[in-house]
Design a binder for this molecule. Structure first.
Ligand SMILES: O=C(NCCCCc1cc2ccncc2s1)c1cc(-c2ccc(F)cc2)cc(O)c1O
Ligand SMILES: [Mg+2]
Length: 214
């Protein structure tokens, strides 16, 4: 057995990016995944939408579900104000190990808390474990059929407040039909679809932005 895809991605960052420079880490990953080996990062097309929605919200607390190698973690944390906190949840220990190193290489480890485990187990523990009252921004990028149940769980745990923004990746490809039905039909959300491309491809994908109305 050789290296894994995430390990090869980490090597590309260590080789081509500048330590402490988040933009160079993002560019190194995008170059590697577009020209060498595809990987399921949110990518540069959808990444620009993520950046603009994030800057509009300017959140103090962020929850990311699905860290993978930390690409979107770096994209988000690099735009967050001093003193703000990002909690990112990853299920797969091998992914988490690579993500920790990529986040540290970008110099963003002080803003980011990476937690290993499943979203369903960890969401109910957010308040007691991390002293979180509410999340201002939630990026959903984990199991697509977990988006809807985990959104309901966030509501039930009182982790959303009036104005919290949920941004969901892959609502077209691989798709999150249950989630779209839920947020688009619920009177508690104001939703909007941002059409884009599946990372590093010409296929359609997009992000759904849903504002919690309280
Ligand atoms: O599955 C995807 N992403 C989730 C990985 C699941 C890892 C998890 C994290 C976690 C944390 C907490 N609790 C439970 C879980 S489970 C994903 C897949 C594609 C794709 C698109 C076209 C393809 F042909 C093939 C793959 C593209 C994407 O952007 C993705 O995000
Ligand atoms: Mg994704």
């Amino acid at each position: 057995t050789g290296t894994s895809r995430p390990q090869r991605m980490l090597k590309a960052v260590q080789k081509n990016a500048t330590k402490g420079d988040p933009q160079s880490v993002i560019s190194a990953i995008d170059y590697y995944c577009r020209h060498k080996e595809w990987a399921m990062n949110v990518g540069d097309d959808k990444g620009l939408i993520l950046d603009s929605v994030l800057m509009e919200v300017n959140p103090s607390t962020v929850l990311e579900l699905g860290t993978y190698c930390g690409y979107s973690t770096v994209r988000i944390a690099r735009l967050m104000s001093p003193g703000s906190k990002l909690i990112t949840v990853e299920f797969n220990p091998a992914f988490a190990e690579v993500a920790r190193q990529i986040i540290a290489y970008a110099g963003l480890q002080d803003k980011v808390t990476l937690v290993e485990g499943s979203s369903g187990d960890l969401i109910p523990k957010m308040k007691e474990r991390f002293g979180i009252k509410y999340f201002d921004f939630v990026f959903l990028d984990h199991w697509k059929d977990s988006y809807a149940p985990d959104t309901k769980l966030l509501e039930d745990c009182g982790l959303l407040k009036k104005g919290t923004v949920l941004l969901a990746d892959n609502v077209i490809c691989p798709g999150a039909p249950e989630y779209l039905k839920y947020v688009r039909n619920s009177p508690r959300y104001e939703s909007r679809y941002y059409k884009s491309n599946l990372e590093y491809t010409k296929a359609e994908d997009g992000l759904e932005k849903s504002v919690f109305l309280g």
